[in-house]
Design a binder for this molecule. Structure first.
Ligand code: 2RA
Length: 330
C-alpha cells in the first residue's frame, strides 16, 4: 500500500515512520511529504532513505492513506485536497476534530463510527486519547457522570523546540524559548492559549473531545493541563464519579481486561505508572486506583502514556490498520 506521511520531519511524523515499520504496516511505497522549507530533506524508513516531497507531489503519487502531522493550518488547506484525490487522510492536528461530519477516533473506543466514505479522519489530542482508553470500559459498566482531570504533560507534546529548550536549560546553554518561562525545575499551568472562560485550548480539547469520542454529551469533564519537564509521556490524575456503585476489585479487573490498558497498581511494591516506564510503549498505563472517600461512587486513578506513540503516531496507525482490516480504504 502506498502511504504518505505529511509532516514527516517533525517529532510525530518521525514517530509515525517508526511505528509503521515496527507494526509491519504493509507499506509498498512511502511518500514523505512536508512543507516547502523541508522539501529535499531526507528521512529513513526501514533502512531506506527517502527524499521529502512537496504537497502537490504527495497528492500526485496517489497514496491510499496519508498520515498528517503538519499543524492545523496545513491540514485545513491540504487535507481536503488529498481527500478530493481519493486519499484517506488521518490527521493528527486539531483542525478537523470537532467538525460535525469528521470522525474523531480512538480505535479501542469508537472505531465503529468509521465508514468507507470518511476521507478525513481526526486523531484526537494526546491527553484525551490516553484518558478515554481508560474511561471507556468504566463508562460501559458504571456510567460516568463527571470527570475531573489534572495533567502533567511532557515537553515532547510541544515539539522539538521545547525539547531543545529543556536540554539547553539543563546544560546551562542559551537557546530559543518554546515557552514564556523556563521549563526546567518548573511546572507551567498553561498548554496552548487561554480562552474567554479562563481555560486553555488544551483543557477545552479534553472536555469537548471526550464527549465526542465517548458519544455521550452527558459526561461532564473539567480539566487543568500543566507542562512539566519530562520526556517520556503524559501523566494524568483522574477523578471519576459514576452513576452506579462499583467494587474496586471488580473495577480493577474490568480495566485489566480492557483493550489497550495495562494496570500497574501494587503500592505495597511501589508499582504505579510513570513516564520513565511508559516511554516508547503503546499501551495506556493505569494505577493508583482507589476510592474517593469524600463522595460515593467515585474513583481516583493515575494514567500515563507515551504521548508521541499512543497519544499520536500509534493511534493514527491503528486507525489505518482498522480501515485496512475492514477494507474501508479506497
Ligand atoms: C501538547 N497535547 O501536549 C498537546 C499537543 N500535542 O502540547
Amino acid at each position: 500500500m502506498k502511504v504518505a506521511v505529511v509532516g514527516a520531519t517533525g517529532l510525530v511524523g518521525t514517530k509515525m515512520l517508526q511505528v509503521l515499520a515496527e507494526r509491519n504496516f504493509p507499506v509498498t511505497e512511502l511518500i514523505p511529504v512536508a512543507s516547502e522549507r523541508s522539501v529535499g530533506k531526507e528521512v529513513t524508513f526501514k533502512g531506506k532513505t527517502y527524499k521529502v516531497v512537496g504537497m502537490q507531489e504527495g497528492i500526485a503519487a496517489k497514496p491510499a492513506v496519508a498520515l498528517f502531522s503538519a499543524g492545523g493550518s496545513t491540514s485545513l488547506e491540504w487535507a481536503p485536497k488529498f481527500a478530493e484525490a481519493g486519499i484517506t487522510v488521518i490527521d493528527n492536528s486539531s483542525a478537523w476534530r470537532m467538525h460535525p461530519d469528521k470522525p474523531l477516533v480512538v480505535p479501542e473506543v469508537n472505531a465503529s463510527v468509521l465508514t468507507a466514505t470518511d476521507k478525513i479522519i481526526a486523531n484526537p489530542n494526546c491527553s484525551t486519547i490516553q484518558m478515554v482508553v481508560a474511561l471507556k470500559p468504566l463508562h460501559e459498566k458504571y456510567k460516568i457522570k463527571r470527570v475531573i482531570v489534572s495533567t502533567y504533560q511532557s515537553v515532547t507534546g510541544t515539539g522539538k523546540k521545547a525539547v531543545d529548550q529543556l536540554n539547553n536549560e539543563r546544560a546551562g546553554k542559551e537557546g530559543e524559548m518554546a515557552y514564556k518561562y523556563q521549563i526546567d525545575l518548573n511546572a507551567i499551568p498553561q498548554i496552548d492559549v487561554f480562552m474567554d472562560n479562563g481555560y486553555t485550548k488544551e483543557e477545552m480539547k479534553m472536555v469537548n473531545e471526550t464527549k465526542k469520542i465517548m458519544m455521550d454529551d452527558s459526561i461532564k469533564v473539567t480539566a487543568t493541563t500543566v507542562r512539566i519537564p519530562v520526556m517520556g509521556g503524559h501523566s494524568e490524575s483522574v477523578n471519576v464519579e459514576f452513576e452506579n456503585e462499583y467494587d474496586l476489585a471488580d473495577l480493577k479487573k474490568v480495566l485489566s481486561e480492557a483493550p489497550g490498558v495495562v494496570v500497574q497498581d501494587d503500592v505495597d511494591q511501589q508499582v504505579y505508572p510513570m513516564p520513565l516506564w511508559a516511554h516508547e510503549k503503546d499501551e495506556v498505563f493505569v494505577g493508583r486506583l482507589r476510592r474517593d472517600e469524600t463522595q460515593p461512587r467515585t474513583l481516583n486513578m493515575w494514567i500515563v502514556s507515551d504521548n508521541l506513540r499512543k497519544g499520536a503516531a500509534t493511534n493514527a496507525v491503528q486507525i489505518a490498520e482498522y480501515l485496512m482490516g475492514k477494507a474501508l480504504l479506497g
